[in-house]
Ligand binder design. Structure first.
Ligand SMILES: *Cc1c(COP(=O)(O)O)cnc(C)c1O
Length: 371
């Protein structure tokens, strides 16, 4: 949680490449050591090295948490066991009966969690589809607003600045799930948000081999409250996983450049293809969705792809294609999904870092086989 020996006095690329370096004056090791020790020796009664027990504080976790805070330009960063535990940690702040406003088009797992909170009678949720919706829904009774931008999977951007003006006026907390854009494309805290969450499983980790979450707060007070709560409830990121996350983040900038370039190439190809009804892409980042004219051919299309892998998740070096209707968003009732445009003809792509020519050729042959 503390910022130790790392300062954002260099360009982001330099900072990322050297996360955790220059930390070990005794050995000079280039890589961050993984501190597996769960407990730490006390010099004497009433004294501590600053490390007592790993749930409370771990040297490897401190490095990744400080890097997360610096990247999002926040006061406090916390590394959690998954994106969902990050979201759960943030919601643990609000008293029973709180009113929450959230984006309609959300990660299906967040929607499922919110439904669960509502079912238990803890909070009331109002879902909105656009900026006008936020203006109507946010009142002085709103405790928090939770948004994803771009939305998932419809890829609509919401203006964080506009929503932040509303949350400030009504003293509500603005929470932004920044998983899709990462701090390299968008830093919500600089745009007025109070808390940022990530599924670090996605772009931050970047290799589809790590489940992790992050919370970054603008204020130190909120960050300390959440750190207290995280130590109390325990869903911290393990030392080994912290190390994997550090390792992944070192190449974030390189990867994002290629993810975006590949997404733009795929968008250009799909936009002119006669089998494609519509392409949804906000113009930035590595995520896009599209609607296929012959919905009944989706099964064959997915089967015929050989470079894209049909799987849920996103943000890794390999390109994935997802069918939100039965995968990521299956927990949202069909009628509701259809009502806001998440129709059964929609597929979502996370472009990896492969050569764009191969990605396009793969899509081309799979579409051609449907004719
Ligand atoms: C995957 C995802 C989550 C959940 O994160 P996990 O790491 O799978 O727990 C939350 N928000 C978004 C936008 C996601 O894509």
């Amino acid at each position: 949680m503390e910022e130790k020996g790392q300062a954002r006095d260099v360009q982001t690329d330099t900072f990322l490449a050297q996360i955790g370096n220059h930390q070990n004056p005794v050995t000079g090791s280039i890589n961050t050591p993984i501190y597996f020790s769960t407990t730490y020796e006390h010099p004497t009664l009433g004294e501590s090295t600053g490390y007592d027990y790993t749930r409370t504080k771990n040297p490897t976790r401190e490095i990744v948490e400080s890097a997360l805070a610096i990247l999002e330009n926040g006061a406090v960063g916390l590394a959690t066991s998954s994106g969902m535990s990050a979201i759960q940690l943030v919601f643990s702040q609000f008293p029973v009966g709180s009113q929450i406003v959230a984006s309609r088009d959300l990660y299906g797992g967040s929607y499922r969690y919110f439904k669960e909170l509502e079912k238990q009678g803890l909070y009331q949720f109002t879902y909105v589809e656009d900026e006008i919706g936020f203006e109507k829904a946010i009142t002085d009774r709103t405790a928090a607003v939770f948004i994803e931008t771009p939305t998932n999977p419809l890829m609509n951007e919401v203006s964080i600045e506009k929503v932040a003006r509303l949350t400030k006026a009504y003293a509500a907390q603005l929470i932004v799930d920044n998983t899709f854009y990462t701090p390299l494309i968008q830093r919500p805290l600089e745009l007025g948000a109070d808390v940022v969450v990530h599924s670090a499983t996605k772009y931050l980790g970047g290799h589809n081999d790590l489940l992790a979450g992050a919370v970054i707060t603008r204020s130190k007070a909120v960050g300390e409250k959440l750190a207290y709560s995280l130590n109390t409830t325990g869903a911290v990121l393990s030392p080994f996983d912290c190390w994997l996350l550090i390792r992944g983040m070192k190449t974030l900038s390189l990867r994002m450049e290629r993810h975006e370039k590949n997404a733009q190439a795929v968008v250009a190809f799909l936009t002119t293809h006669k089998q494609i009804k519509e392409v949804l892409y906000p113009g930035r980042g590595g995520m896009l969705s599209f609607k296929i004219k012959k919905q009944e051919s989706i099964k064959a299309f997915l089967r015929n792809l050989s470079i894209f892998t049909f799987a849920e998740s996103l943000g890794g070096v390999e390109s994935l294609i997802t069918y939100p209707t039965t995968q990521t968003h299956a927990d949202i009732p069909e009628e509701l999904r259809e009502s806001y445009g998440l129709t059964a003809d929609l597929l979502r792509i996370s472009t990896g870092i492969e050569a764009s020519e191969d990605l396009i050729a793969d899509l081309q042959q799979a579409l051609a086989s449907l004719e």
